[in-house]
Design a protein around this ligand. Structure first.
Ligand SMILES: Nc1nc2c(c(=O)[nH]1)N[C@H]1C(S)=C(S)[C@@H](COP(=O)(O)O)O[C@H]1N2
Ligand SMILES: [Mo]
Length: 259
């Protein structure tokens, strides 16, 4: 998996480089000849790169991911990773239309919650058409409907010591149930939703039924499917091997997968 990850990452990096270079061009044209020296150009573009990186790190975090129109929807939204969680428990939930599914909100909260899908659907909803980017080299545009994670966390009452939100999933891959996490900037971002519908239909099992995270400023593997637990913690040290996610702990996926 990691060998196909690299080219995609490089592609994303390079795409950013092209944008930076294109932006820098008008500044350079019309300047004196020294700007044509390759070394100077290299230093300028390094500065541009650093500038972009620090902006991404410090300032860009609240910006909205691009939203698309219905005409942009992918004909099918493919599935990746787990397509059907194994085990009798999930099968029984699926057979019952997930009527008994519970999402537990625990950890550093004033009021731990156990939410049914009916509870989730009774909360104010948000619908967004966004592009999903998987590091394995595919993208798809889909329309997602669900509750902003911030509303759920507000209902539970985050404690001051909470720094990260951990998502516990129902599917086991090899040795462990899938898990992911994010910081509070992403957790409280307006486009971060717990989605139960895709393209106006109830979420298919392959896409994470009954409830999956949409965290639109991040790469695909952060979008936890089959969520049954939302946990507020002060540190990721005790989660899995400490890097904050199933793939982060096993291969070289970055915890911060911002796009
Ligand atoms: N629980 C769980 N969540 C998961 C995965 C998974 O295997 N299990 N795969 C991740 C990856 S790598 C991607 S690209 C997306 C795929 O979402 P999709 O199946 O709706 O396309 O889910 C992410 N969330
Ligand atoms: Mo992915």
């Amino acid at each position: 998996m990691s060998d196909i990850l690299l080219p995609r990452r490089q592609m994303i990096g390079r795409a950013g480089g092209f944008v930076a270079a294109a932006g820098a061009l008008p500044l350079l044209s019309g300047c004196d000849a020294i700007n044509d020296a390759p070394a100077v150009r290299k230093i300028l573009s390094m500065g541009e790169e650093m500038n972009r990186a620090s902006q991404r790190a410090l300032m860009d975090r609240d910006a909205l991911a691009r939203e698309f129109s219905r005409a942009d929807l992918s004909p099918t939204f493919r599935s990746n990773g787990t397509k059907l969680p194994s085990g009798d428990s999930y099968a029984a939930h699926a057979a019952g239309g997930f009527a008994d599914w519970r999402v537990k909100v625990t950890g550093l909260v004033a009021r731990p919650l156990s939410l049914s899908m009916a509870d989730i659907r009774a909360m104010p909803q948000r619908t967004q058409i966004t592009r999903h980017d998987c590091v394995e080299g595919w993208s798809a545009i889909g329309q997602w409907t669900g509750v902003q994670l911030g509303r759920i966390l507000a209902a539970a009452g985050l404690r001051d010591s909470a720094r990260y939100i951990v998502f516990r999933c129902a599917d086991r891959i090899g040795d462990a149930l899938y898990y992911e996490s994010c910081d509070l900037i992403d957790a409280l971002h307006p486009q971060t939703i717990m989605a139960w519908a895709l393209n106006d239909a109830v979420l298919p099992i392959a896409n994470g039924a009954p409830l999956r995270l949409r965290i639109e400023r991040q790469l695909g593997y952060k979008h936890a499917k089959y969520v049954q637990g939302i946990e507020a913690v002060s540190s990721l040290d005790a989660i899995g091997a400490g890097k904050g996610g199933y793939w982060e702990d096993r291969i070289d996926y970055e915890w911060y997968a911002g796009i």
